[in-house]
Design a binder for this molecule. Sequence first.
Ligand code: CTP
Length: 154
Amino acid sequence: MKYKKALIFGTYDPLHYAHIRLFERASKLAREVYACTESDEIIRKNKKRDPFTTEIERVKDLRGIKYLKNVFIRTEKINRDFYVKMLKPDVLILGSDWKGKKWEGEGLGVKIIYLPRTEGISSTDIRNGLGISKIKTIQSKIQDCCKAVRGFIG
Ligand code: CTP
């Protein structure tokens, strides 16, 4: 095992298998892996959208993952640097999509390791996909109602 502690910041809204794969790979690099999600308030502010899952749900989901030693929530007041100072991780781990992008964790003075992103899945796709299926369900219910009304009127 190369490192003692790894910390992984992310949103996980919602959590999916690519996140779990990221934690699994991180657990092969570090003895202790910690994840930090974002508060509902931070999602609203930074991503300009409502959270899809609540921060409590995200923490509960993450706490169920066997590769993680502990889970935290980043808030406006308790930010990334707080957790870095408290945990003193040897590495921060990110998916490779973050390579070359501006990321606030870069100024924290901790080595960053980029692991290849898992293709074909993202929280955005899940959020949008579910949105579409909900709309389709509502549409088909409206169509059923219209049919019923037409049948009634004759
Ligand atoms: N990640 C990954 N492979 C994916 C999706 C995410 O390796 N298919 C990694 C990201 O690179 C990041 C971490 O998981 O380091 C947390 O990602 P997050 O932004 O929460 O997940 P996304 O699915 O990318 O979410 P969104 O679509 O809302 O940006």
